[in-house]
Write a protein that binds this ligand. Structure first.
Ligand code: 13P
Ligand code: SF4
Length: 303
């Protein structure tokens, strides 16, 4: 079936099923184009809660669908490819979080949203790259923070905080491929460019950046800036949305190697398949869900 036929079928079935399609900024262009909303992980969670649709097709990776399932127990959350995971989320488990809690009983546990529902259930508060700084600032009564699983985001947060940070050892293999040397070379070539990088990049890359932003904040920043040239240090598909929304700006990818294979697993065929067969529902064990919900709710209350 060609893309036009697939799109037509998806649009029809979407109405019939009262479904909404949400896509992360790293999804394939064809998936971003068919989505009702494209955004960062915080925005996808917020929209999943606000939508009146009974079925949400979450085009992203497993933790994003799980987060939507935790917040919306009455909605069906379908992930087009159930094998779309996040290697960083799998770098920490409940056992490790419990060990850290025993070692640092006075600390608050902050878990990055790129984590399993079980890890969220063991944590005090969740954060995304968009609100991480505010979440940490909100923990006024704590002197120590256990931050899991992203050591690079955790390290970045520790730089502007007077709290002691205990970091787990996780990282994003995709963002780790962005090298500071390449950014230096691009800065020589594009002298007036601003460098925007994601919070998951290494400290060495962040040192070269003008701004450290979530994918959603990158979109707003580029749109509202009077500058023309931007070097973008994050997953390659981010450039698709940025170029679409800013056709007159010069958007330069910091590394062609920054590809998240899991984000590429969802496609039009799989979206049609889940709509046709109402399959691939992501569910979370009720006990875990209730505890994880508290952790996410605390984050959603931080303004
Ligand atoms: P954002 O919250 O910035 O969309 O990041 C999610 C993610 O997985 C980045 O690798
Ligand atoms: Fe996980 Fe990195 Fe892929 Fe984001 S880009 S989903 S952090 S592996």
């Amino acid at each position: 079936m060609n893309n036009l036929n697939l799109i037509e079928k998806i649009e029809k079935l979407k109405k019939k099923r009262s479904a909404v399609i949400l896509a992360h900024n790293y999804q394939l262009p064809e998936v971003q184009d068919i989505a009702d909303f494209v955004g960062d992980s915080l925005e996808l969670a917020q929209i999943s809660a606000k939508t009146g649709a009974k079925t949400v097709i979450l085009c992203g990776v497993c933790f994003m669908a799980e987060t939507a399932a935790i917040i919306n127990p009455k909605k069906k959350i379908l992930l087009p490819d159930l094998t779309a995971g996040c290697p960083m989320a799998d770098m920490i488990d409940v056992k490790k979080v419990r060990e850290l809690k025993q070692q640092y009983p006075e600390a608050a546990v902050v878990c990055y949203v790129n984590s399993t529902a079980e890890v969220k259930a063991e944590s005090d508060i969740c954060c995304t790259s968009s609100n991480a700084q505010k979440v940490v600032e909100s923990l006024k009564d704590y002197k120590q923070i256990i931050f899991v699983p992203d050591k690079y985001l955790g390290h970045f947060l520790s730089l502007s905080s007077d709290k002691e940070f205990i970091l787990a050892n996780g990282y994003c293999p995709t963002h780790a491929k962005i090298s500071p040397k390449l950014i230096d070379e691009l800065k020589v070539k594009y002298k007036n460019a601003e460098v925007l990088v994601h919070g998951e990049c290494t400290p060495e890359v962040k040192e070269k950046a003008d701004k450290i932003l979530s994918t959603g904040k990158m979109c707003n920043y580029v749109k509202n800036s009077s500058k023309r040239d931007f070097i973008i240090g994050t997953e390659i598909e981010m450039l698709y949305r940025l170029r679409k929304e800013n056709p007159k700006k010069n958007l330069i990818q910091a590394s062609p190697l920054a590809i998240c294979p899991d984000m590429k697993k969802n496609n039009l065929e799989k979206i049609l398949d889940v709509l046709e067969n109402m399959k691939n529902e992501v569910k979370v064990d009720e006990k875990v869900r209730l505890k994880a919900r508290k952790c996410i709710n605390r984050m959603l209350l931080v303004k």
